[in-house]
Design a protein around this ligand. Structure first.
Ligand SMILES: Cc1cc2nc3c(=O)[nH]c(=O)nc-3n(C[C@H](O)[C@H](O)[C@H](O)COP(=O)(O)O)c2cc1C
Length: 158
């Protein structure tokens, strides 16, 4: 099973989990690079507004072709109870190239179910696996068991 992990991270939480999963799976990784300045309070507001309105943004072309992989693992922070707009944009632009999909999210502590629902809906596919890591778990370093369990599910896909 050839796996690709793609993720977007604004402040590093999702990147941390992306790196741990990639280490477990020894798979390829591709970061979604957004072209919007999202720093500071203004940037935060832009994130919230775009996510709420389900707006797309402008991302750089991916370095890896998702159609070359059996499963694409997509990682996003939760923004306003849904996926981040760079991840929404990636899915819209690459939807036809996705075979199996699995999702992981990082979040403060609310909105996991709605985010997974929106991700499945946008991909038009049920998730082959999901992983949600909240901020307290990230801060306490209490996420490796979850990462391992999620990675085992991906390894077990046919
Ligand atoms: C605009 C915005 C909206 C957010 N909305 C939520 C939310 O609805 N629920 C939640 O639990 N966390 C929310 N968060 C917190 C992030 O999901 C969380 O800090 C995440 O781990 C950040 O990931 P990153 O460091 O990879 O960018 C929000 C953060 C931002 C910037």
């Amino acid at each position: 099973m050839r796996a690709l992990l793609v993720y977007y991270s604004r402040t590093g939480h999702t990147r941390k989990i992306a790196e741990e999963i990639t280490k477990e799976l020894q798979c390829d990784m591709d970061e979604i690079i957004d072209t919007v300045n999202r720093s500071g309070a203004g940037g935060f507001m832009t994130c919230g507004r775009q996510a709420t309105k389900k707006e797309l943004t402008k991302i750089l072309p991916p370095k890896k072709d998702p159609s070359q992989y059996d499963v694409v693992i997509i990682g996003t922070p939760v923004w306003a109870l849904t996926m981040s707009s760079p991840v929404r944009t990636y899915i819209v632009e690459n939807k036809d190239k996705l075979k199996k999909v699995a999702f992981f999210i990082t979040f403060g502590g609310f909105g996991a179910e709605s985010t997974f629902h929106d991700l499945e809906d946008l991909c038009g596919k049920a998730a082959s696996g999901t992983l949600a890591i909240n901020t307290p778990s990230l801060k306490e370093g209490n996420y490796l068991d979850g990462v391992k369990q999620f990675s085992e599910i991906i390894k077990g896909l046919q």
